[in-house]
Design a protein around this ligand. Structure first.
Ligand SMILES: Cc1cc2nc3c(=O)[nH]c(=O)nc-3n(C[C@H](O)[C@H](O)[C@H](O)COP(=O)(O)OP(=O)(O)OC[C@H]3O[C@@H](n4cnc5c(N)ncnc54)[C@H](O)[C@@H]3O)c2cc1C
Length: 306
């Protein structure tokens, strides 16, 4: 049976931006609801296996520790949220939103806080890796790959940092990048390029991934095809904003990010955005997502109370 709820402010996404927005929605007395696709609040915090040293007031061992604090805060302040609710589609004319759980919500305003996800290679075999849960973190899993062969794909900071962590832990790393130009920070470049355990392969594209425990990567380079065998694959080719859902309702830029004003207003006056969904990786952080979530909700409260 389809359930219908009426809410003034729907917050889509329960990462740092959405959580901060919901705290403020509660403080401001707004009729609000946060919808989160996963079974828990926290967003990308659950993927952070390194120490977090840049969130003011809290130095924590990893994202899970910070997630605990955020969840405790959510509990204390008691904002309204539903987990396991994937927003599937939005009827922009009727202002109705539909989720995977046969629930529809009539809304007056929306805060988009759906964040970003790792960009995929979109080659055969990649999804099988994901389905087998072979999505590794270099900082968490580096010791598993001591004296093993790994492929790190990408040319930015995360690829270089990951390659370095793995090589320092004793893995034999093939760093595969599609061009000769690297976006990685200067401080990572020389240590990676000259590391004895890292083989840098430029102008090379991965076209297919086969095999289970030992994986064959098919590579294409200057019109020649080759294969390498590795024990682990680390795909680090950047992130993409989770905005597919919004493409028919609000303007997106050429990379799919939501352009918005300094307070988060999108091309519709009743839709605001905050966090990674409107901020490119170079400028995104937990702290900025939290700040943007708060600002956006305050502005939406002016809209709703007008
Ligand atoms: C490995 C790693 C390390 C990092 N280290 C740091 C660090 O040290 N310091 C730092 O400041 N930042 C760090 N970051 C970045 C930081 O985690 C992000 O900037 C921050 O989490 C962005 O918050 P957000 O709320 O905008 O989005 P997210 O955290 O991406 O949250 C978005 C949420 O929206 C939900 N969602 C998406 N689509 C839907 C839908 N259709 N329906 C319902 N829900 C949906 C998702 O499930 C997710 O929970 C790191 C990120 C990673 C991946």
């Amino acid at each position: 049976m389809i359930q219908k709820k009426i809410v003034d402010l729907l917050i889509i996404g329960g990462g740092p931006a959405g959580i901060s927005a919901a705290i403020w929605a509660k403080r401001l007395g707004l009729n609000h609801l946060l919808l989160e696709a996963q079974t828990d609040l926290g967003g990308q915090l659950t993927d952070i296996h390194n120490k977090i040293i840049d969130y003011p007031g809290m130095m924590v061992e990893n994202g899970l520790e910070l997630q605990k604090h955020f969840k405790q805060h959510a509990k204390n302040i008691d904002f309204n949220f539903e987990i396991g609710k994937v927003v599937d589609s939005i009827d922009w004319d009727e202002k109705v939103l539909f989720t995977n759980k046969n629930t529809t919500y009539e809304f007056r305003s929306i805060l988009v806080a759906t964040g970003s996800s790792p960009r995929k290679l979109r080659v055969p075999g990649e999804q099988k890796l994901i389905d087998r849960n072979e999505v590794y973190s270099a900082s968490r899993d580096k010791d598993k790959f001591k004296e093993k062969d790994v492929a790190v794909i990408g040319g930015g900071d995360r690829a270089f940092e990951g390659a370095l962590l793995l090589a320092e832990a004793g893995a034999n790393v093939s760093l595969i990048h599609r061009s000769e130009q690297f976006k990685a920070r200067k401080e990572f470049k020389d240590p990676v390029i000259y590391h004895p355990n890292i083989n840098v392969m430029t102008n090379t594209i991965v076209t297919e991934i086969n095999g289970e425990s030992r994986k064959q990567l098919t590579l294409s380079s200057n019109d020649s095809i080759s294969t390498i065998a590795v024990d682990g694959v680390f795909i680090r080719i950047g992130v993409e904003p989770n905005t597919y859902l919004f493409k028919d309702g609000i303007s997106l830029d050429d990379e799919g990010y939501i352009p918005c004003t300094s307070v988060g207003q999108t091309s519709l006056p009743y839709v605001y955005a905050a966090g990674d969904v409107c901020t490119r990786p170079l400028l995104s952080s937990i702290a900025s997502s939290v700040g943007q979530g708060m600002t956006a909700v305050k502005c939406l409260s002016f809209y709703l109370n007008d």
